[in-house]
Design a protein. Structure first.
Length: 209
């Protein structure tokens, strides 16, 4: 990594604001920031927050949702974890814990305001951001996102075509909890996923060459 990015990542990995200076209840366990930054990758995967398996492994998407996401992207596990090809930075770097029903809580509110602008500035080479879920949509698409996740993802062509840099392509979360959403919205896998794979392949081709 570049010296600037390396120093920033060291600060992120040492961050404890969600435990020591929280907005609301403190993080109920020791923070373990999980991210794969890159000084050279053109594609950034902007995800939500680590789940239980990722918290234990210390690597993003080491679970079934990762398998589904890699299938959507049309890449191998080796390609996915190659920082020359992908940067992976969730909106919340630490596992936020679970609610009473066993569902993962939203990303911590402290995390993105503290780190995201600086982290994006340290990776100016990023040309495409794949936003996964509502929180990533809100940050990277902002006021131009639609009224719901479904409407935002359905309007992916217009969002991708905006005259902004980096470009943004909105996605739902690949969690098994969204299997019902995928069944109710077959256009996603029929229309968006083929274009997503083609788009990813175009960005990766110069690196492979």
């Amino acid at each position: 990594m570049s010296a600037e990015l390396d120093a920033l990542v060291a600060r992120i990995r040492a961050c404890r604001i969600c435990r020591d200076a929280p907005q609301g209840p403190p993080l109920p366990h020791e923070p373990r920031p999980v991210l794969i930054p890159s000084p050279s990758a053109k594609i950034l995967i902007a995800s939500q927050a680590p789940g239980t398996k990722v918290h234990l492994s210390g690597m993003p998407f080491t679970d079934a949702s990762g398998d589904r996401l890699r299938d959507w992207l049309g890449v191998s596990r080796e390609e996915f974890y190659d920082p020359m090809l992908f940067a992976i930075t969730p909106m919340g770097f630490c596992f936020p814990g679970q609610d009473a029903r066993g569902a993962d809580l939203p990303p911590r509110r402290e995390c993105a305001p503290a780190w995201r602008t600086e982290l994006m500035a340290a990776m100016p080479q990023i040309e495409l951001v794949l936003t996964i879920g509502l929180y990533a949509h809100a940050w990277h698409i902002g006021a131009e996102r639609r009224g719901s996740l479904t409407e935002t993802v359905r309007d992916w062509r217009a969002i991708y075509a905006r005259d902004v840099s980096p470009r943004v392509l909105p996605l739902p979360h690949p969690s098994w909890r969204n299997t019902g959403w995928l069944k109710r919205n077959p256009w996603f896998e029929a229309e968006l996923v083929p274009e997503l794979r083609a788009c990813v392949a175009r960005f990766l081709a110069p690196v492979a060459a």
